[in-house]
Design a binder for this molecule. Structure first.
Ligand code: NAD
Ligand code: WQD
Length: 360
């Protein structure tokens, strides 16, 4: 890629957890950033803190629009005002439990919103996209580490019924849609980034994950126990065939993830033959739930009381990434380990025990 100075990137869902961290890195790398977010799972304060972190000069290159991808007019308004070189598409609902209870809301938001986005991009001849996919597309992997060319488990109907409820598979559907669009119109360049388990926060402690309600994911839950918002952590499963009996995941620092998006953008701009290509973003290392609890206790100096509970339905035993493809083709590799993830998660929690809310 030549100079990235005036490249203009639309970031959907940019007020959210991964979006804010990526926006900071994009601005620091000299990109112009336009965020569209309906603030369904985020607050405007998060965008203000992105501005604060990058300072007044770079802030001038950040634009925020409160808008909804389900409403084509909101996207059209943005594209008719300016030219975008590429889109990073984070906007989506991600609460696993809710998606089972209310699949229509998930299909409407995540599928309709994404299709509206593709249509508007095509209309304005912006055909470069980085899409947030997930390690969930591997389902319950038979082998680890997960390689990008593994058969996507949930795609075979048997695997689908065995592994996860249909309504959790929207990332898989969206990967399929991306592949079909690119196959039909080869000028599209699409990178599918399969995130493993994003955790941590910006080292400043000013931005971080702030889930609404009781967290589903491990790290936000541990964090809320540490600050006294929740009494104890339920450890789901202690009889897995792993070293300590708890499940193993590939946790990745959100700042590494943010840098992975920049590497993906550069690949899009540089490689006309990219087509539609998937990359894992993980560290390649597996950490168990109990190891994560111990690492967080060490980083925070707080005791995390735990309760050993039965396995959570649909959970895999052990999932971690093969990182070779991203290293080789994107020139990207995670820098941070579990120690830094816990340090930064704790710094965010300690400074913002109630997230972006100002008071209890
Ligand atoms: P997040 O909820 O913090 O951010 C998503 C943002 O999208 C929110 O700010 C929300 O308000 C916005 N949004 C949702 N629907 C919208 C719509 N119709 N129009 C406009 N804005 C909308 O989530 P995140 O953790 O930052 O995740 C970003 C993306 O990465 C999501 O697509 C998610 O599914 C995917 N992902 C996340 C993880 C994870 O563990 N965090 C793992 C794998 C994949
Ligand atoms: C990690 C481990 C739990 C909470 C999910 C989605 C994935 C992605 C990330 C996408 C598991 C255990 C958890 C708790 C626990 N999101 N755990 N007590 O399940 O690997 O992936 O989130 O948008 O798509 O599937 O992440 O953080 O929920 O769980 O013991 O209170 O921690 O059982 O073994 P998961 P997680």
């Amino acid at each position: 890629m030549g100079s990235s100075v005036e490249q203009n990137i639309l970031v959907t869902g940019g007020a959210g957890f991964i979006g804010t961290h990526t926006a900071v890195q994009l601005l620091k790398e000299g990109f112009k950033v336009s965020i569209i977010d309906n603030l369904d799972n985020s607050v405007i304060e998060a965008v203000d803190r992105v501005r604060e972190l990058v300072g007044p000069d770079l802030s001038k290159k950040l634009e925020f629009t409160q808008g909804d991808l389900r409403n084509k007019g909101d996207i059209e308004k943005l594209f008719s005002k300016q030219r975008f070189d590429a889109v990073i598409h984070f906007a989506g609902l991600k609460a696993v439990g809710e998606s089972v209870g209310n699949p229509r809301r998930y299909f409407d938001n995540n599928l309709v919103g994404t299709i509206n986005l593709y249509e508007t991009m095509a209309k304005h001849n912006c055909k470069m996209m980085v899409f947030s996919s997930s390690a969930t597309v591997y389902g319950q992997p038979e082998k680890i580490p997960c390689m990008e060319d593994f058969e996507l488990k949930a795609m075979n109907p048997y695997g689908r019924t065995k592994s996860q409820p249909y309504s959790l598979l929207w990332q898989l559907f969206l990967e399929e849609i991306a592949r079909d669009i690119q196959a039909a119109e080869p000028e599209w360049r699409i990178v599918l980034l399969r995130y493993f388990n994003p955790v941590g926060a910006h080292e400043s402690g000013r931005i971080g994950e702030d889930p609404k309600g009781i967290p589903n994911n491990l790290m936000p839950y541990i964090q809320q126990v540490a600050v006294g918002r929740l009494p104890e952590l339920n450890v789901y499963g202690h009889d897995y065939p792993t070293e300590d009996g708890s499940a193993v995941r590939d946790y990745i620092h959100v700042m590494d993830l943010a840098d992975g998006h920049i590497a993906a953008l550069r690949k899009l701009f540089d490689d006309p033959k990219i087509g539609c290509t998937a990359y894992n973003l993980g560290t390649g290392r597996g950490t168990s739930v109990l190891e994560m609890v111990a690492a967080f206790e060490k980083a925070s100096g707080k005791k995390i009381p735990i309760k050993l509970c039965p396995r959570r339905l649909g959970d895999a035993t052990a999932v971690y990434a093969s990182t070779e493809k991203a290293e080789k083709e994107l020139g990207w590799k995670a820098k941070y380990g579990v120690e830094e993830m816990c340090r930064d998660q704790w710094n965010w929690a300690n400074n913002n025990p109630w997230g972006y809310q100002k008071k209890l």
